[in-house]
Design a protein around this ligand. Structure first.
Ligand code: G4P
Length: 540
């Protein structure tokens, strides 16, 4: 294919101003750590919303665990807030929302493939929690730059140094304190901003922009004692000396390569410590970065458009049976009503009503630039990982599938609807709702998900949209591992010998379904020539 040999002849920097203005990121946290609250404060700073509480109403309530229709309804509303764009100090910031509910963790993993950096919220009382650990694995796989916001400093939390140590150890990332907290809980007095060399005083319930900020270049200045008392002033002096001694100035390259994460302390609900972080964010967070593809790296400033689909949202409401594919623009300029090449389907497609997510309404847009996310109406042409270009033949890489954690066999209850069922399973799994496996050497269909809720969603949608009635029988597996080996004979033998545990994914790749960690470890030890992978790349 000749288009594989296409290379831009000269670097055309047409869109460089647009690109340099943009910062695309996601806020992630364990549920309840304060993601929604922090998001709202960012939007308030950006002038995108006027009142506190505006984002809250769109949140998927974590307590509504049993009613998936209710969760879907809320998720439907949350499409509008999937991407929140706001301007701050001349920058255009795209904040990508991630679902808080753990059953939708896959959505979150995929959203992380579409951002250039993340802000991780950690609750100062609870420290690092399970979901955060998993998200960090995804982030470090991609060397995504991270900011850490230690939230709820107004509550009696863990000791600041213990907390830093815990975060470093648990998340396997080097931290760099940017602010130093003065106490916590009811004694929380504020933070010292190491970069700005200023004392930021805390009063509960402060409104945006009226923080008490005092420039203190020299910490020996007695002003410090008069502001926070001699005892706390001395502790702060020691803390700062210790931190300066250990870390020095933040090395921005280490941040950009995902090695070091700047840390801020604050209280989102009190809008405290948020502005310091946002100001640092616009100063150092990356603008849209080059992306890997199957043939070469694509730079944002190339003049030809390219992008990929990282998320597909289907609406369960029968009155609004629309499906929205989320496209991240990677290079060039995306334009409405222009034909682009859908690489996988080898056909040209165009979009009459692409929309942006500005100001919580769906606005039809004429153009979009690298870093932007565009919503495309889809009637089933897209699946996760699809690439659009102006003709060049490649796929963006680094969009993984993760091992599901719950597995069920799909049993067809209505043999007259076999075709519909197959179609439904293919389409729903294209959307990334679940993963589909086929028993090796047989045709038993196995669905794998991260949460129970998704099975309910699938069962419901198969019936509503495809007229297929199914029963789901639990299977005793806990992980799916993709298998590779340099020794085809050994792999063949393993597959034959372990047939009951072998399946193929949708693309025909072999997976081993493990009953437990013990079984998995045993097989790993017994089969040193076979590699067991917990993730699989959609495009390699
Ligand atoms: P999430 O999106 O990560 O799930 O968390 P969310 O922002 O909803 O915050 C979870 C709870 O923590 C909320 O209370 C919120 O008000 C509270 N919170 C957020 N930041 C802080 C903080 O800095 N200090 C303290 N003390 N609390 C904070 P809630 O009771 O669940 O909701 P609400 O009734 O207050 O709205």
């Amino acid at each position: 294919n000749l288009s594989n040999f296409y290379l831009p002849l000269r670097p055309i920097m047409k869109y460089i101003n647009e690109i340099n203005k943009r910062k695309t990121f996601a806020i992630i946290s364990h549920p309840d750590a304060g993601k929604t609250t922090l998001t709202e404060k960012f939007l308030l700073f950006g002038g995108a919303i006027q009142t506190a509480g505006a984002v809250k109403s769109n949140k998927i309530k974590k307590h509504a665990t049993s009613d998936f229709m209710e969760i879907e309804r809320q998720r439907g509303i949350s499409v509008a807030t999937s991407v929140m764009t706001f301007e701050y100090k001349g920058f255009l910031i795209n904040l990508l929302d991630t679902p808080g509910h753990k059953d939708f963790a896959e959505d979150t993993y995929r959203t992380l493939t579409a951002v250039d950096s993340v802000v991780l919220v950690v609750d100062s009382v609870n420290g690092v929690e399970e979901q955060t650990r998993r998200l960090m694995e995804v982030i470090s796989m991609r060397n995504t730059p991270v900011f850490v916001f230690v939230n709820k400093m107004d509550r009696d939390g863990k000791n600041r140094f213990d907390l830093l140590e815990e975060i470093e150890k648990e998340l396997k990332i080097q931290l760099h304190a940017m602010t130093v907290p003065i106490n916590s809980g009811k004694d929380f007095k504020g933070v010292y901003d190491l970069h700005e060399k200023s004392l930021v005083l805390f009063t509960a319930g402060t409104k945006a922009n009226d923080e008490d900020v005092i420039k203190i270049n020299d910490l020996n200045d007695p002003v410090l004692d008069s502001k926070i008392g001699e005892k706390d002033a001395n502790v702060l002096r020691e803390d700062v000396e210790l931190i300066d001694g250990v870390y020095g100035e933040l090395n921005i390259d280490d941040y950009l390569s995902g090695k070091t994460a700047p840390v801020f302390f604050g209280s989102a609900v009190n809008n405290f410590g948020v502005k310091e972080m946002l100001d640092t964010f616009i100063r150092i967070a990356p603008t849209p970065r080059p992306r890997h593809t199957t043939i070469r790296d694509v730079k944002p400033e190339e003049d030809k458009f390219s992008g990929f689909i990282f998320k597909i949202h289907a609406n369960l409401d029968p009155k609004h049976r629309d499906r929205i594919a989320f496209l991240r623009v990677c290079s060039g300029k995306f334009e409405r009503n222009t034909f682009y090449n859908h690489v996988r389907l080898e056909k040209d497609v165009r979009f009459n009503n692409p929309y942006s997510f500005l100001a919580r309404q769906k606005d039809v847009i004429e153009e979009a630039y690298p870093g932007d996310v565009v919503g495309l109406f889809d009637t089933g042409n897209f699946k996760i990982g699809d690439t659009l270009t102006e003709g060049e033949n490649y796929f963006f890489t680094g969009i993984p599938s993760f091992s599901p954690e719950i597995f069920k066999e799909v049993v067809n209850k209505d043999p007259m609807k076999t075709k519909q069922l197959e179609k439904g399973l293919m389409q729903l799994t294209d959307e990334g709702v679940a993963q589909l496996f086929t028993q090796f050497g047989g045709n038993k269909k196995i669905i794998g998900c991260v949460g129970e809720l998704q099975f309910e969603v699938i069962q419901y949608r198969l019936l509503q949209e495809y007229g297929a009635s199914v029963q789901m029988n639990s299977l005793p597996f806990y992980k799916a591992c993709w298998l590779t080996s340099n020794d085809p004979k050994k792999l063949d033998d393993f597959v034959k010998y372990k047939q009951a545990n072998i399946a193929e994914d949708k693309d025909g790749h072999l997976v081993y379904l493990a009953q437990s960690e013990w079984f998995l470890n045993t097989e790993r030890t017994n089969n040193p020539d076979i590699e067991f992978h917990f993730t699989s790349e959609i495009h390699k």
